[in-house]
Design a protein around this ligand. Structure first.
Ligand code: CA
Length: 178
């Protein structure tokens, strides 16, 4: 399936269809490893999947962030996470958090001062529309007696963000970190 080579969508579990050495940055919607690299890209499907795909692991470095409308002061927003290239709101099991829990969240977001405050949702700050992901999986394809490859046969990305209203213990957190 040559049309699926280097299209920025992962089709083979071993990632060979999107090998950065071969594909360069051919695909349109691909993830550039680092700001200054134009020759090393990985599929969005592999961004924040727990495996370092970029030479310096850039694809696994920004997997949590604050979501807020433009113009919101830096450090204020709803905590969102990225998985397989797709952002969605991070679920917390409770609505209220202790000071140390909030500080840990800010630290995870890269704020080092230790200041953390839970904020009540304000009008401009709407909850991120997605709270979960549906993740596609690879299927075993038997090539011969000795070879089984794991692949997917679709042009859709691995992950699709969804809103799951049945999800238990899933509360958004709005926070201010300084
Ligand atoms: Ca990765």
């Amino acid at each position: 399936m040559p049309s699926r080579l280097c299209d920025g969508i992962l089709h083979c579990d071993d990632r060979s269809d999107e090998d950065p050495m071969f594909c360069k940055c051919f695909a349109k919607n691909t993830y550039k490893c680092g700001n200054f690299r134009v020759d090393h890209c990985v599929p969005q499907d592999t961004v924040c999947d727990g495996v370092r795909d970029c030479p310096n692991g850039e694809d696994e470095q920004t997997c949590i962030a604050l979501n807020a409308p433009q113009g919101t002061p830096h450090g204020i927003g709803q905590v969102i996470v990225r998985s397989h290239g797709v952002w969605h709101s991070k679920c917390y099991p409770t609505q209220n958090h202790t000071k140390s829990e909030l500080e840990a969240i800010c630290a995870e977001l890269g704020f080092i001062s230790g200041h953390a405050k839970q904020i009540h949702q304000i009008e401009d700050l709407t909850v991120h529309p997605h709270n979960n992901l549906v993740l596609d999986s690879f299927t075993n394809v038997i090539l011969n007696n000795n070879t089984i490859i794991k692949m997917r046969n679709t042009h859709e990305p691995m992950a699709k963000a969804v809103y799951d209203k049945e999800l238990q213990d899933c509360y958004p957190v709005f926070i201010e970190c300084l």
